[in-house]
Design a binder for this molecule. Structure first.
Ligand SMILES: O=C(O)C1=C[C@@H](OP(=O)(O)O)[C@@H](O)[C@H](O)C1
Ligand SMILES: C=C(OP(=O)(O)O)C(=O)O
Length: 429
């Protein structure tokens, strides 16, 4: 598919961005291995989270999903049944990596696979520690690439020191450590998102957090509960940047998740000079949220590196666009992880924004952007990466002339209502 996009004069109004993707995945997963019923409100009906539902249904879990409402009838991890077919995770790294952690303790064999993008993404970051814990895993490149075949059993606790700050790695190991025997600890080099830790506690488990180490004891049972999913700050990010860079704009974003392990984008935008107001800050299901109001702002360049990176990893494509509209130089470093997302996001951001006239160069672990530049319409491609598709759509709003976006349908992975919400805020004349 392709989509013709035209410049927008201003963006004004209020929207409720869809539910948080990380929290929606976990609510379905934890509900599926819990005893009793879990109800979820605010679920993200994006393709990635629907893949998670489809995988657990194949493992025999009864799940009913109507738009943002989900009911999961959990029967405990021992209630999962072998799937007759392979589990297809689509485009979703979170689904495959966290499921591997869960399947490390099921006494049967499961085959997992995904789309062309998943086929390129490294899995040894989870399969290697899970093998050490006792799971039997085979796959391409010795268990680094799909399809992967996992036979679970009784795992043993591990004291794992991860080289990368990854919530997917941390969560997979903790989920494996919940069953079997012993204590499981994961230490990371910087703090990654802590939704699993918070939600495990909401499901009645005890999780210990000291500095960069998270530990839990095996033999804990999850109890079904109710989960309220706040809006996804990674989705809100597109409108935060759009509001800041499109003239005469004021956008109010309702009930956006404000977990401090996810709010790096707010710190960066404020640092760049963006005017953001916080309203109605509250908390539900152990996750803070609030309304955010963003106005057109004069931005300046900044440096983004170190411990900040895991707090905004998925927002870097849209931050790069903001940097093209900021006075001065923006440097993004320590972001090697971008190379192994849905696309190589250093390459796709630099290639596609360059086509639109940005002054942007790739480095090994990030990029350097010189602003402020006027962008021009061009033919650009999401390459099937939802975040690249949405970033380019926002870029088209400020570009001179028409932009043709190839593969726009990718946005449905995390934000099916993206184009409708953009339209609802847009003023073209
Ligand atoms: O745990 C999660 O829900 C996620 C963790 C991050 O990946 P890594 O764990 O690979 O950093 C992030 O990029 C992804 O979109 C969602
Ligand atoms: C990297 C992402 O997701 P995942 O790893 O779950 O595919 C993302 O949503 O930007």
């Amino acid at each position: 598919m392709e989509k013709q996009l035209t410049p927008i004069k201003s963006l004004n109004g209020s929207i409720k961005v869809p539910g948080d993707k990380s929290i929606s995945h976990r609510a379905v997963m934890f509900g599926s291995i819990a005893e009793g019923t879990t109800t979820i409100n605010g679920f993200l009906p994006g393709e990635d989270c629907l893949s998670t539902i489809s995988c657990f249904k194949k493992l025999g879990v009864k799940i009913e999903q109507i738009n943002e409402q989900v009911t999961v009838e959990g029967k405990g991890i021992s209630g999962l049944q072998p799937s007759k077919e392979e589990l297809y995770v689509g485009n979703s790294g979170t689904t495959i990596r966290l499921m591997l952690g869960i399947l490390a303790n099921t006494p049967f064999t499961t085959v997992l696979t995904g789309d062309d993008s998943i086929a390129k993404r490294p899995m040894n970051r989870v399969t290697q520690p899970l093998k050490e814990m006792g799971a039997i895993i085979d796959g391409k490149e010795e268990g680094n690439k799909v399809p992967l075949k996992i036979t679970g059993g009784s795992t043993k606790g591990i004291d794992y020191h991860s080289k990368i700050a990854s919530a997917q790695v941390k969560s997979a190991i903790l989920l494996a450590g919940l069953q079997g025997e012993g204590i499981t600890s994961v230490t990371e080099p910087a703090k990654s998102r802590d939704h699993s830790e918070r939600m495990l506690e909401a499901f009645g488990c005890s999780v210990d957090q000291k500095g960069l180490t998270v530990s839990l004891n095996a033999g804990q049972e999850l109890k079904g509960t109710h989960i309220e999913v706040p809006g996804d700050i990674s989705s809100a990010a597109f409108f935060l940047v759009a509001g800041a860079i499109i003239p005469e704009s004021t956008i109010s974003l309702k009930k956006v998740g404000l977990n401090p392990t996810r709010t790096g984008i707010l710190d960066v935008l404020e640092n760049m000079g963006a005017k953001i107001q916080f309203e109605n800050v509250n908390s539900e299901s152990s996750e803070p949220y609030g309304d955010l109001v963003i106005q057109t702002s004069k931005l300046k360049g900044t440096i983004i590196k170190g411990d900040l990176i895991p707090r905004l990893i998925d927002e870097i494509p849209i931050i790069a666009l903001a940097a093209t509209q900021a006075e001065g130089k923006t440097i993004i470093q320590d972001a090697h992880e971008l190379r192994v997302k849905e696309t190589d996001r250093i390459k796709t951001v630099v290639d596609e924004l360059s086509k639109m006239g940005a002054n942007i160069e790739a480095t090994d672990d990030g990029m350097i952007i010189h602003g402020k530049t006027s962008l021009k319409g061009a033919q650009v491609d999401s390459y099937g990466d939802h975040r690249i598709g949405m970033m380019l759509s926002i870029a088209s709003c400020i570009a001179k002339g028409e932009t043709k976006l190839m593969n726009p349908e990718a946005v449905a992975v995390s934000y099916p209502s993206f184009f409708d919400q953009l339209k609802s805020l847009a003023n073209h004349n």
